[in-house]
Design a protein around this ligand. Structure first.
Ligand code: MTE
Length: 327
């Protein structure tokens, strides 16, 4: 079920170029402006370079996508990255640390059938088949910037549904303070999981109020097609105000927990990768600056925006917190 593009309540088209307007419409619809809703690197060894190319999977969603409808930019007016760029320049350490090898190595990874177990401190634990999840929740489109901690970035038209929708169904108990996510553990087919550098499976976490923020989605597709294995098929987190490593791929387990989860990157190099990992141009990585970034497909560098440009939607979550200490 794909959300149709709806006419906006506010006529931005009077003040906004059409491509920006089309995207802003989707952004407003989903992203959050739903006011009132309550020598290890995470992604490589150095800030990087380059992008490459591949073919797509079957599209199961038939209705018009924003990209098809002509949305070519995010709400800031920055152009979408191409399907080729997004699907051929990937961080997915379970397959390879070489970004341009991931697509080839992950190509035949079986992602159906797929079950996501949701449990821990909830009243309604459940094991959900991917097809059921697609039916249970309205699939929306969100054009989001993805900013990797390595200082490269892309603009990606995702499909997915709000994480909050799933959490509401399972009913977190009062003691639940965090959400812990786990990627599939399959060392036979994921060669990277044989590396003892990391503590597998990949684990990530959000504070529960972060997880309930309307910007946080469980991504199931991009550019109107189901996710390809290299992008974390069939289901991954997308938390666009945080460095990309928080957006864990190929999720099989979601638990509501009382204590802050230790992520794979915290376990590997906690002094470099913290729990919060909010995009912050003022707090450098110990080995490189976070003040600027390279947009894949562009020459030069551009300034990095606080919270990756989503400050208005998420800054309230961190009021009173020292964002240097809580990196
Ligand atoms: N999830 C898993 N399971 N394994 C990974 O290696 N890499 C992370 C994140 N999710 C990663 C992961 C990093 S570092 C980034 S930048 C994004 O995925 C990249 O997502 P993309 O390849 O779809 O652009």
């Amino acid at each position: 079920m794909m959300t149709r593009i709806q006419l906006p309540k506010i006529p931005w088209y009077e003040i906004t170029p059409e491509n920006v307007y089309l995207n802003r419409r989707s952004f407003m619809k989903g992203a959050g402006l739903a006011l009132g809703a309550a020598a290890l690197t995470a992604c490589g060894s150095m800030p990087e370079a380059g992008a490459g190319s591949a073919e797509s999977a079957s599209a199961t969603q038939a209705e018009t996508t924003l990209a098809e409808a002509g949305a070519t930019a995010d709400e800031l007016g920055d152009p979408l990255n191409t399907f080729d760029q997004i699907t051929n320049y990937n961080n997915y350490y379970e397959f390879s640390t070489d970004k341009q090898a991931v697509a080839r190595l992950a190509k035949d990874y079986p992602t159906s059938p797929w079950t996501v177990e949701v449990g821990g401190l909830v009243s309604n634990p459940g094991a959900y088949d991917m097809d059921d999840l697609r039916q249970m929740f309205e699939i929306e489109e969100r054009i989001y910037r993805l900013r990797c901690v390595e200082a490269w970035s892309m603009v990606i038209p995702w499909q997915g549904f709000p994480l909050a929708d799933l959490l509401t169904v399972v009913e977190p108990k009062a003691e639940a303070k965090y959400v812990r996510f786990e990627t599939i553990l399959d060392p036979e087919r994921m060669p990277g999981q044989s590396s003892s550098w990391y503590q597998w499976p990949y684990v990530e976490g959000l504070r529960i109020d972060e997880a309930m923020n309307p910007l946080a989605i469980l991504g199931t597709g991009l550019y109107g097609k189901d996710l390809l294995p290299q992008n974390g098929a069939p289901i991954r987190l997308v938390a666009p105000w945080k460095y990309g490593f928080k957006s864990i791929k190929s999720i099989v387990k979601i638990d509501l927990v009382a204590e802050q989860p230790t992520s794979l990157w915290m376990a590997a190099a906690g002094h470099e990768y913290g729990f919060y990992a909010n995009v912050n141009p003022e707090v450098n990585h110990p080995r490189w600056s976070q003040a600027t970034e390279r947009r894949i497909g562009e020459g030069g560098r551009r300034p990095t925006l606080p919270f990756n440009g989503y400050e208005e939607q998420v800054a309230y979550l961190y009021e009173g917190m020292d964002l240097r200490a809580n990196y």
